[in-house]
Ligand binder design. Structure first.
Ligand SMILES: [Zn+2]
Ligand SMILES: [Zn+2]
Length: 174
């Protein structure tokens, strides 16, 4: 992999947040991380019954947009789902170039709490590392502190490290 590109999906994704995420990802993966400047419209992925966006459809839309030897990570403020789950924080292609993460349930406001920018940025970094880990073929890790541990609640996300355990680390550096 030569680079990671970040792509806003839908409205309300702040450039400041993407720039901060890019810096964090560049540090961990030791590659350049570029923020694309035009948001992708996601209206096509809206499910009017669930009032959420279908993450697999967004992923399919991202695939042709990923370049050679580039990982493309979509970041959205929209609430994502897959049919079998109430919601997902994100979805990735296993050993493929694309992933998408949602800010929606990472925000303290979603849980009725005051907004905390640093909490949101750290959760976004962890969720992004997790989904990008899947694009390297990593599966869920049994080490609860590893970023590849499976998480379905922000409380669990908060106790993970924003880092890969030594075994998972091997999977991304080869
Ligand atoms: Zn996962
Ligand atoms: Zn691990």
């Amino acid at each position: 992999m030569k680079a990671i590109h970040l792509q806003a999906v839908g409205p309300d994704v702040s450039l400041e947040l993407l720039d901060e995420l890019a810096a964090g990802l560049a540090r961990t993966f030791q590659v350049s991380c570029h923020v694309r400047d035009t948001p992708l419209d996601a209206a096509f992925a809206f499910d009017p019954i669930r009032r959420q966006h279908y993450s697999t459809a967004i992923l399919q839309q991202l695939i042709p947009l990923a370049g050679e030897e580039t990982r493309l990570l979509g970041v959205t403020g929209l609430d994502l789902f897959v049919p079998v789950l109430t919601f997902v924080f994100g979805e990735a292609q296993l050993a493929g170039p694309c992933a998408v993460v949602s800010l929606h349930r990472l925000r303290e406001e979603f849980y009725g709490l005051p907004a905390r920018a640093e909490v949101l940025a750290l959760r976004l970094l962890k969720e992004s590392l997790h989904e990008l880990g899947h694009t390297f073929g990593l599966r869920h890790c049994r080490d609860w502190s590893c970023v590849m541990a499976s998480t379905h609640a922000v409380e669990r996300l908060d106790v993970k490290n924003a880092a890969f355990c030594p075994a998972c680390r091997k999977g991304i550096t080869g």
